[in-house]
Ligand binder design. Sequence first.
Ligand SMILES: Cc1cc2nc3c(=O)[nH]c(=O)nc-3n(C[C@H](O)[C@H](O)[C@H](O)COP(=O)(O)OP(=O)(O)OC[C@H]3O[C@@H](n4cnc5c(N)ncnc54)[C@H](O)[C@@H]3O)c2cc1C
Length: 419
Amino acid sequence: MQKTPKINIVIIGAGFAGISTYQNLCKHIKDDTERYSITFITKNNHFLFTPLLHEVATGALNYSHVTEPLRKLIAPHTDIYLNTVTKINPVEKIVSTDKRDFSYDYLIIAAGATTQFFNTPGAKEHTYTLKTVDDAELLRNKIIKTFESATRLHDEKERREKLSFTIVGGGATGVEVAAEMAEFMYGTLQKYYQKYISREDICITLITHGSQVLEQFKESLRPQALKTLHRHGVRTLLNTKVEEVTADSVTIHDGEILPSSITVWAAGVTPNQIPSQPELTMEKSGRIIVNEYLQAETYPDIFVLGDTASMITPEHPHGLPMLAQVATQQGKVAAHNIMASIHQKSLKKFSFNHKGELVSLGQWNALGSISGIGIRGLFAWFVWRTVYLMNFSSWRKRIKIAIDWTINIFTERDITTLK
Ligand SMILES: Cc1cc2nc3c(=O)[nH]c(=O)nc-3n(C[C@H](O)[C@H](O)[C@H](O)COP(=O)(O)OP(=O)(O)OC[C@H]3O[C@@H](n4cnc5c(N)ncnc54)[C@H](O)[C@@H]3O)c2cc1C
């Protein structure tokens, strides 16, 4: 008897959207795994829990605590290729990578996003970003080494210039990084280096183009975020555009040049674009336009999710926000719709259920809203920690993170550098 060919499902990207699609697909096919072949094509061998990346960059968590090896997340019947996708041919149904080509029956594009520098001169070359584990480790090492080298500077002006740090971007990532950097520098590094460095030598500045920080959060919560940053010792420059960045300075719109030995760029994101021939329909920002079933225009066998996708809704005329919760929820619907397409059943429309947003403001402090209700302070901090812990994929990692957080309450953070 002739064997029926397997149905080939290829997933590009093992982030929130890719993993969620996979886990939901597995639930659908659990009794019939022989009929399907699922292949992951992704750059790294781990899933990264981005919401805690700023804690890795500031010595609060070890990088291995915010990552999960893919081999642990997937079943043995699934293939993983650690390749970079370079091109998609949606007519021939071929995905090309740096190493080989793959054919598919159904394709999930979930390649995420990268940093947007808005063509700011020097920003790409001279700023630190926070997208990957390598980014976080690089930033942490650079901070520690900067303090180390500042100990050799006996001239106060030179030392203060060396210890000037800038965060560009007043969204959730910029605010969380600024608050954590302040705790790391004032709480740990200044203590270790107190013989050479005073509190007054350190200057952390957050610059944002907006008139407030956290513009996507409830308006009533924003002043609180600003107040907390100031209490942590972070200076804020609102309504300020960065014109140029060099290795040791930031020029703002009025021509003022601020010393900055480390500049963190948290000012914008842009989708990771994968060329396709013929082209998939994209909006101006490069996100692939999808219909309500998460399918790419003209190609119903291609599902695009997460940060790579643009789904326009009446509430979100510029596309759904680039958030993990969007990506995760989309994975569930995409898995359902792939199975429905295979079995010629009706597809489900995707509707985003916004559960709320939370931002940490250092130890014991956070703010945000859950189901539309604003929360702040210690209570919000406990909620923030609980929500993120529970969203983590394994108990092993949850326990490790909880232990690290508990230790951090009583001791300084780790300042070992390996590179
Ligand atoms: C520092 C930080 C903090 C954040 N905090 C929050 C938060 O608190 N709450 C929240 O909801 N969201 C948060 N986000 C946003 C959230 O991380 C993203 O919205 C989410 O990761 C999107 O999921 P995704 O699956 O689309 O992309 P990702 O999770 O980024 O996954 C993309 C995957 O695609 C792979 N890939 C990329 N290009 C290629 C290629 N060419 N070939 C093969 N593979 C490729 C990558 O290796 C990766 O595996 C944060 C983001 C950052 C950077």
